[in-house]
Design a binder for this molecule. Structure first.
Ligand code: S3P
Length: 189
């Protein structure tokens, strides 16, 4: 991506969206471009729990996972400007969503079903998709979750355009939003 004057962020940037939308990959690259830390809530949950996400689901169940997820997100958001990739279900939980909407700039990475199916098929680390028909599950999740992901501050459509192009789109959207907010505050009496 092209070089720009650094964007000064006063709060975290949080990626939301379905499994396979590229939250961690895009988030990590964006953080390196911005020169700020990157974290991934799933990785932090695994560290806190001392076991893998599939094991947490199997041993403790999804409700326990969501509970830890919320606490991890709350902690990470309190750590200042950074890029945070959340697991696909985090923004669906009212408490986690509210934390993100209140304390961060949220970015929904929106991808078509085919892209999600292809990307999530590369490994079996996602307990919700470990069944006979992951495409059907993803299609259902897409219908159910997209209206909620649409509450994010910024929506960026991702295709198979390549990582740098997606990162550039997110960067441009963040610049637009920052300039818009600056103009808004200057217009206030
Ligand atoms: C989940 C998404 C996963 C992970 C867990 C549940 C979901 O994260 O948090 O398997 O509910 O969509 P990714 O979106 O990073 O795959």
């Amino acid at each position: 991506m092209t070089k720009h004057a650094p964007l000064k962020l006063d709060k975290p940037v949080v990626f939301v969206g379905l499994m396979g939308s590229g939250k961690s990959t895009v988030g990590r690259r964006l953080a390196s471009h911005l020169g700020i830390p990157f974290s991934d809530s799933d990785t932090e949950i695994e560290i806190a729990a001392g076991c893998s996400i599939p094991d947490i689901f199997e041993v403790y169940g999804e409700a326990a996972f969501r509970d830890v997820e919320q606490r991890v997100i709350e902690r990470l958001l309190s750590e200042g400007p950074q890029v945070l990739a959340t697991g696909g279900g985090a923004f669906m939980q009212a408490a986690s969503r509210q934390l993100i909407l209140d304390q961060a700039t949220s970015v929904w990475l929106r991808a078509e079903l085919d892209v999600l199916v292809e990307r999530t098929g590369r490994n079996n680390k996602r307990p919700l998709l470990n069944n006979a028909n992951p495409r059907k599950i993803l299609a259902e999740l897409l219908d159910k979750r997209n209206p909620t992901y649409a509450l994010a501050d910024i929506t960026v459509n991702t295709t198979d355009e390549g990582l740098n192009a997606t990162v550039q789109k997110v960067y441009n959207a963040l610049v637009d939003k920052t300039q818009h907010e600056k103009r808004g505050s200057q217009e206030k009496p």
